[in-house]
Design a protein around this ligand. Structure first.
Ligand SMILES: [Zn+2]
Ligand SMILES: [Zn+2]
Length: 348
């Protein structure tokens, strides 16, 4: 078997618009599956990376780590998948597999670092290219099954947005009797609302304005407050067991920590590019936790997909053609999407 060229949308250089091209995919190895990509979600971090927001990128860059498709070929030693299976790939395509975190199913915190689905060099020294493409070859151990109950288009964003919210909600035990606030109602936040509600928690959305209030309540929130209204912080002081911040704009952390109950946690899954300042009395009083969380492990991603299928939770999406991707990026930056763009890979 030889390396094949596959159709893709790539940024040829930093900050350049994406354009149609071809990229190489490795031969299907013993433990690999070849996936015929059907849909790829557009994550905010795709835009950060093609625009060098997170440091120097590798070009041409094919973004996309919210991949849903169908297995087209399997390597001779693949045991978990067969041709025709509906599968997904998220942000991780390899890790060391031997460190304590990999062995515990927390591959996202691998001590050697993850091999990213794109904008990375894999452990064999080859460049990785993401999901804005017709096909991808991935080790079966970093591939997950998409249950029949989930349509592939609304499942794609779960591979990053879904797991990014599911993992901290589970870790901090969101469930019946717990009050959870989600800061920001975008691609990440709307999945946080859906999943927290399905877990049985009482959910509040904290958004800059009340513009998306009706959506928020429909998605599963019981309450919706505008953070631009100063009285919100007085009214809700000491209310929440868990606050998940999905925004990358700088937050007044002290103000949000003030909304937690004793032993509550403020968990960041979005991060501003600049360092933040904090008066530590805002965590000392009330024994509070300021934390972060990054995507989730492979087994946990499977658990999340099974949970979403069981509860009928997909992402709210706007399906686009591949040649609309540059326009979609501008709309994501303007927060003009409800709630995730998904590329129909048949148009690549
Ligand atoms: Zn992402
Ligand atoms: Zn590891």
């Amino acid at each position: 078997m030889t390396v094949t060229q596959v159709a893709a949308y790539a940024a040829p250089a930093a900050k350049a618009p994406l354009e149609r091209t071809t990229v190489p995919r490795r031969p299907v190895g013993a433990h690999d599956v070849l996936i015929d990509i059907k849909y790829a979600g557009i994550c905010h971090s795709d835009i950060h990376q093609v625009r060098d927001g997170w440091g120097e990128g590798l070009y041409p860059m094919v973004p996309g780590h919210e991949i849903a498709g169908v297995v087209a070929e399997v390597g001779p030693e693949v045991t978990r998948f067969a041709v025709g299976d509906r599968v997904g790939v998220g942000c991780i395509v390899d890790t060391c597999r031997t460190c304590e975190y990999c062995l515990a199913g927390q591959e996202q915190y691998c001590v050697e670092g993850i091999t990213g689905t794109y904008n990375a060099v894999d452990r064999q020294g080859e460049r990785t290219y993401g999901g804005y493409s017709s096909h991808i070859v991935v080790d079966e151990n970093y591939t997950v099954r998409i249950p029949d109950g989930l349509a592939l288009d609304v499942a794609a964003p779960l591979l990053c947005a879904g797991i990014t919210l599911y993992s901290p909600l589970k870790h901090w035990q969101a469930g019946p009797g717990k009050k959870v606030a989600v800061v920001g109602l975008g691609g990440l936040g709307h999945m946080g609302v859906k999943i927290a509600h399905a877990l049985g928690a009482e959910v509040t959305v904290l958004s800059q304005s009340l513009r998306k209030r009706e959506d928020g309540l429909k998605l599963g929130a019981s309450h919706y407050y505008a953070t631009s209204d100063e009285t919100t912080f007085e009214k809700l002081a000491g209310s929440f067991d868990l606050i998940l911040s999905t925004v990358s704009a700088p937050l007044d952390l002290g103000a949000y920590l003030g909304l937690l109950r004793v032993d509550g946690a403020l968990v960041n899954v979005g991060a501003p590019e600049e360092p933040v300042a904090l008066n530590l009395f805002s965590v000392i009083g009330g024994r509070k936790t300021l934390a972060g969380s990054m995507i989730g492990g492979i087994a946990e991603t499977q658990e999340m997909l099974d949970f979403c299928a069981e509860h009928g939770l997909g992402s709210e999406i706007e399906l686009i053609r591949a040649d609309e991707v540059n326009e979609a990026y501008e709309r994501v930056l303007a927060s003009d999407v409800r709630y995730r763009f998904v590329i129909d890979a048949s148009t690549i």
